[in-house]
Design a protein around this ligand. Structure first.
Ligand code: TNX
Length: 532
């Protein structure tokens, strides 16, 4: 080829490559912009994103005469729905200043919010709902009261952000765009976890976090009640577990524990928000607080010293001693009696001081004790690798090592550390938390799916754990949980095919003022909230 021709060819090729690259990039950018426009237009900033949202003409505006009507299929159901109406009223009254009189078993006649299970369709499932807003009012219909509770979270988010304030706000038009929403969750298990063992958080802090999470349709809170640094639940037969084992925490602070009455009160508070509390007693490792409370749990019969550092993997129960199993049975029995959840979490992680064969024997045997008290065991991996563990136990998968669980057809809760851990820092500037599984910026927290790790049919749902080695106050806790929990709630609720980061980001931005008005100390990520 002549050198002149060669030159032309190279120039043409270059132009072609540049054009393709420009085209691709401009398309990506355009897609982002389109999505932002869509989110703007539909006025739908709801998180988690509903399955179906159709906007219509007009709007419904709340005023001082708006009433809440309730009607169930039975008197009992009407009573339950009345409680949900009271909850709604509690959320709408402070900022609007309106009274929202509740009316039972009457047909609503305009200017109303009607909560009903009458004609609620079975295919909606327990948590699904249908929300219709016209100029006359709102009709929220569900198969079960639980679906109504999820639906009122949508109502809250359709109102202006000032609704979340706790004082009266004047000069706001409290309107909702006319629309129809059909909604139900992708997964039945959408949880978060708080480690109250490394740092103790009192009852009122836990209740506050439950109430915050309920607005994003979270339905499980797993409490990590015991670890090396603390035992946080009263066991009547073994008072020293809390008197000694609950007396400190990481860093040497005073620690604390829940009495059984306090635990029951947390369970009830959560149940009123359709959130199930799942108690965890971590074993055979992570047990120093128990070993420090009772000599009989140790090979030499002597109590271990209390521990306030943050190492893991150094403690173990004696797997070959009958006293250990008697102790566990007593503990499981007392907790099961005050915990209505069908699940009991038996830990099983990082038992680095337990030989593998002892670990296998131990978790197999403890899973049977748990079942004896009517509960389904949940365990962290590698519990699935123990031969006696089968599909009647649920794996909480944090390490992407669920091969045995797949072979055994075990259900799984997905909590992959590098995606779902609320204690991982957002970036190098995050003042609290850890980074052993990497940083988890808001986008990374959102941009994954449980089916990246396990087959769809085995996935029960997702859970995001907040470990608290480095998290000591409620403010720090909220900073780590929010806004990432909103993304996790959407991963659990909204089908993968309807989720997209660029569009989600627009909705998330709009949630900022709501969280702010509620007093949540969220991390104001500059890439989302530009002017904060
Ligand atoms: C691993 S994840 C642990 C916890 C730590 C956490 C810190 C798991 C089942 N065990 O003991 O608190 O890492 O991120």
């Amino acid at each position: 080829m002549k050198s002149k021709n060669k030159k032309y060819l190279i120039i043409t090729l270059c132009i072609l490559v540049i054009s393709i690259v420009t085209l691709v990039f401009s398309n990506i950018k355009k897609e982002d912009e389109d999505l932002a426009v869509i989110a703007e237009k539909v006025n739908n900033t709801i998180i988690p994103k509903p399955l179906n949202y159709k906007e219509a003409e007009g709007k419904f505006t709340l005023n001082k005469d708006t009433k809440i009507y309730v009607k169930g299929n039975t008197e009992e159901e009407t009573t339950e729905i009345t409680k949900i109406a009271e909850y709604l009223k509690e959320k709408l009254s402070p900022s609007t200043g309106y009274e929202f009189t509740i009316v039972k078993n009457e047909v609503p006649s305009g200017n109303s919010i009607y909560l009903t299970t009458v004609e609620g369709k079975e295919e909606m499932g327990n948590e699904g709902y249908e929300l219709t807003t016209t100029v006359d009012g709102i009709i929220l219909k569900a198969y079960k009261p639980e679906g109504l509770f999820r639906g009122i979270q949508t109502i809250r988010q359709l109102l202006p952000a000032e609704i979340a304030k706790s004082n009266i706000v004047n000069n706001v038009e409290w309107s909702i765009p006319a629309s129809t929403i059909n909604d139900k969750p992708e997964y039945p298990y959408r949880g978060f976890m708080i480690d109250v063992a490394r740092h103790f958080f009192p009852e009122d802090v836990i209740k506050q976090q439950i109430d915050y999470a309920a607005q994003y349709k979270i339905n499980r809170l797993h409490l990590h009640l015991t670890d090396d640094q603390g035992w946080r639940i009263e066991i009547k037969k073994y008072p020293d577990l809390t008197l000694i084992g609950g007396s400190t925490q990481v860093g040497g602070g005073p620690g604390g524990y829940y009495t059984q009455e306090q635990f029951k009160s947390i369970v009830q508070y959560a149940a009123d928000r359709y959130i199930e509390i799942i108690p965890e007693v971590d074993m055979p490792g992570h047990t120093n607080a128990a070993l420090a409370s009772y000599g009989f749990l140790n090979p030499d019969g002597k109590k271990k010293p209390l521990y306030t550092g943050i190492d893991v993997g150094f403690s173990t129960l004696m797997t070959d001693n009958e006293k250990t199993y008697e102790f566990i049975e007593d503990v499981v029995k007392e907790i099961s009696a005050i915990s209505p959840s069908k699940y009991f979490h038996m830990g099983g992680d990082e038992a680095d001081s337990t030989k593998k064969e002892d670990y296998d024997y131990f978790v197999g045997r403890v899973s049977k004790i748990v079942q004896k008290y009517g509960k389904t065991p949940i365990g962290w991996d590698p519990i699935d690798t123990a031969p006696e563990i089968n599909s009647s136990t649920i794996l909480q998968n944090w390490k992407d090592s669920n091969e045995a669980a797949r072979e055994k057809n075990m259900n799984m809760i997905i909590s992959i550390a590098s995606k779902a851990y609320l204690d991982m820092k957002y970036n190098s500037a995050t003042p609290y938390g850890l980074d052993w599984a990497g940083y988890i910026p808001v986008e990374t927290a959102y941009n994954w799916d449980p089916t990246d790790y396990a087959p769809r049919n085995l996935v029960l749902g997702i859970e995001s754990p907040l470990w608290t080695e480095n998290i000591a106050t409620e403010d720090e806790m909220e900073f780590m949980i929010y806004p990432r929990l909103l993304g996790y709630s959407e991963i659990g609720w909204t089908p993968k095919s309807s989720r997209n980061w660029s569009e989600y980001k627009v909705r998330l931005e709009r949630q900022g003022p709501r969280m702010e008005n509620e007093g949540i100390n969220y991390y104001k990520d500059k890439s989302i909230w530009k002017n904060k």
